[in-house]
Design a protein. Structure first.
Length: 394
């Protein structure tokens, strides 16, 4: 097969890139190791920045999001037994949208197939070749499907296959500089069939550890507890989970958390990770293939969308005007945004979590910073500006 852009990975980054390229008249094929059902059921992020919402509108995959998504105009920060609201709309004039990543994936897959675009699901032994700048032949994505070996020739390869994908590890170690921090805790997350009892997210700094109250729909609640990164789920029966959530999230204002059947339970490790540059010859990394953020700042999928925006604009510039400037500047532009998001996610993580090694002095400083943010309009605005998403650098 031949195409203009070969895309490895059918997550949000790869699917959105394919949709945007198709709208621009640029052909692409997506190669994906998993099946469609797995991709559409995988529960991940759920908070969309205002810019991500605009990109989904631009891509023409916003209809169901507009109907079912939950517009959020702020968040609550809870500490010392009280909640304090950060009002995004009044502070920065923007909002966020709660709409699950798996729902975005469903919409993008449906749009791709409706337009006749190609996704090769359940591809095995995927590998990439000839993407180096010095190569005299076209880049190739090779894979096996139903026992048959295939080669997809293309002008460029987009590595959108996530942290555990094959694109980044295919590069020589000398080609990348890696920055990483692993946090000494994880998140125990549950998905519960329970009607949300708060209109917005609650971030709780509690003496027993961080907790987050979120939702995915008018009937499904998403909740998290700070825990050990290698926590044994057998030690967390439903009764213990709910008891700890009540303890960490409920406060003196009388608000109560509503329980319901737990549909899913998992533990997520916390890390910050950046690998750069994000371009190597005719291979371009996007999304989790190049960077991971702790979920406290709600930036993971939103960063992937920003990468794809920049990459699509750069590819359009090349195909329409034979101009490489956008492609040459892709990595620097992405990483400038990535590092701002890394800083915010790290800061939110430091602000809201309990660190075992922290001294009483450090705990009081943490509480003082929370008090400053929630009592100062400028402090609250700085958080709001970053949370709803910085402007795109086009």
């Amino acid at each position: 097969m031949r195409t203009e852009v070969g895309i490895v990975g059918a997550g949000p980054a790869g699917l959105l890139l394919a949709q945007l390229l198709d709208l621009a008249g640029i052909s692409s094929v997506i190669i994906e190791a998993r099946d469609r059902a797995y991709l559409e059921a995988r529960i991940r992020a759920g908070v969309l920045e205002w810019g991500t919402v605009e990109m989904l509108r631009e891509a023409g995959v916003n209809a169901r999001m507009e109907r079912e998504g939950l517009v959020h105009r702020g968040i609550d920060l809870a500490f010392r037994g009280r909640k304090h609201r950060i009002d995004f709309e009044s502070l920065v004039g923007k909002t966020t949208m709660v709409y699950g990543q798996h729902e975005v994936v469903k919409d993008l897959i449906a749009a791709r197939l409706e337009r006749g675009g190609q996704i090769v699901f359940e591809a095995e032994d995927v590998g990439i070749e000839n993407y180096e700048e010095s190569s005299t032949t076209r880049p190739v994505i090779r894979y096996r499907k139903d026992g048959v070996e295939h080669r997809l020739e293309c002008d460029f390869i987009a590595g959108c296959d996530g942290f555990h994908g094959i694109c980044r590890p295919s590069l020589p170690e000398s080609a990348l500089k890696v920055y990483e921090r692993t946090y000494p805790f994880g998140w125990l997350g549950i998905l519960a069939e329970a009607e949300p009892t708060n209109d917005e997210l609650i971030y709780a700094n509690h003496e027993r550890g961080f907790a987050l109250y979120s939702m995915r729909s008018p009937t499904v609640t998403r909740l998290y507890l700070q825990c050990h990164p290698e926590e044994d789920l057998k030690e967390w029966p439903d009764e213990r989970v709910w008891s700890e959530l009540h303890r960490r999230l409920e406060d003196s204002d009388g608000w109560k958390l509503k329980e319901g059947p737990i549909l899913q339970k998992s533990v997520t490790a916390m890390r910050s990770f950046v690998a750069g540059p994000m371009r190597h010859g005719r291979l371009f990394l996007a999304g989790d293939a190049a960077h991971i953020v702790p979920p406290t700042g709600a930036k993971g999928m939103n960063l992937a969308v920003a990468d794809v925006r920049y990459l699509c604009r750069a590819l359009e510039r090349w195909y329409r005007h034979n101009d490489m400037a956008g492609l040459d500047g892709y990595s620097d532009k992405c990483l400038a945004r990535v590092w701002k998001a890394q800083r915010f996610s790290w800061w939110m993580t430091q602000l809201m979590h309990r660190f075992e090694e922290a001294t009483p002095f450090e705990h009081e400083v943490q509480q003082a910073e929370l008090d400053f943010i929630t009592s100062s309009r400028r402090g609250a605005a700085a958080l709001a500006e970053q949370y709803v998403g910085l402007p795109f650098d086009d």
